[in-house]
Ligand binder design. Structure first.
Ligand code: LHQ
Length: 258
């Protein structure tokens, strides 16, 4: 499939997926969302791709739902189920790290998208706003689920009620992003972060991702069992053998991802 509203570039096992509607700050229309679901279940799921970067073209990450093409009388529930949820589920289902490279403003469902990714790396100039209540809407596209877990229920409610803009420093402090990059070339620098992940032990990363997701719902007993099973799989992998061998031989490991 060729994409109209996405640009895909691949390097050293790292796939960069850039939302590409800069004239509307990469606002999400239905066509873009369908393309994004396709990219995340097709190209991003290819075994040769070992880490994924989701970012934006131009000065924004994503300004949320395209308010120009969203009819006020649309069945938003059906739009969410048909177009937004497949994207959120696809990110969760990818058995590899998915990094949101927040290059600029992330608002509304754009912030939901960033929150659904495994890790958020922001430019020091990035800003964040929930947006939803600013236009009389509730949280959607996974934002209430992920933000309650990332920054806690109180902060989620404060940001949703106030709909204020948060800068990168505050986002880092409250746990809305995990890392802020200060350099002048964010696009290059964040791709460097993702390329480093793409050379890591991909199976172990996938198992860690599953463990952390499961930990949010499991009891301690359930989680210990989950970990034991995951570790049995990791321990039997080529990469674990290589990692231990490299440690003993005092050299950098060369991971094949399995
Ligand atoms: C836009 C947008 C946009 C279209 C900027 N759409 N054009 C809702 C409904 C249905 C289904 C599912 O889910 C949802 C959930 C949501 O996502 S609700 C939240 C929707 N998003 C927002 O409320 C954010 C709206 N945008 C803004 O508040 C501002 O644009 C932000 C704070 C993002 C950026 O402000 P500025 O940096 O000052 O840029 P700007 O406002 O001048 O925008 C630049 C252009 O982008 C402008 O077009 P123009 O032709 O005047 O240059 C905007 O109209 C356009 N744009 N966001 N969501």
């Amino acid at each position: 499939m060729t994409y109209r509203h996405l640009t895909l570039t691949e390097r050293d096992g790292a796939l960069r997926v850039a939302l590409d509607r800069p004239e509307v700050l990469n606002a999400l229309n239905l066509e873009l969302l369908a393309e994004l679901a396709d990219a995340l279940t097709g190209p991003a799921a290819e075994p040769r791709v070992r880490a994924v970067l989701l970012t934006g073209t131009g000065r924004a990450f994503c300004a949320g739902a395209d308010l120009g093409s969203t009819a006020v009388d649309a069945d938003i529930g059906a739009v969410l189920e048909g177009y937004y949820h497949p994207v959120v589920r696809a990110v969760a289902a990818l058995e590899k790290p998915v990094v949101a490279g927040v290059n600029g403003v992330a608002a509304g469902a754009g912030l939901s998208l960033a929150a659904a990714c495994d890790v958020r790396v922001a430019a020091h100039t990035a800003t964040f706003a929930l947006g939803f209540t600013g236009i009389g809407l509730a949280l959607d596209a996974g934002s209430s689920y992920f933000l309650s877990r990332l920054i806690g229920p109180g902060r989620t409610l404060e940001l949703a009620f106030g709909n204020r803009r948060v800068d990168a420093a505050e986002a880092l402090r409250i746990g809305l992003v995990e890392r802020v990059l200060d350099g002048p070339d964010f696009a290059d620098d964040v791709m460097g972060v993702v390329r480093a992940l793409a050379s890591g032990p991909t199976l172990a990363y996938a198992l860690v991702k599953a463990e952390v997701r499961a930990a949010l719902d499991n009891t301690l007993g359930e989680q210990l069992a989950f970990e034991a099973e995951a570790q049995a799989r990791a321990g039997a992998s080529d990469d674990a053998r290589e990692g231990i061998r490299a440690f003993v031989e005092k050299r950098a490991p060369r991971y094949g991802g399995r």
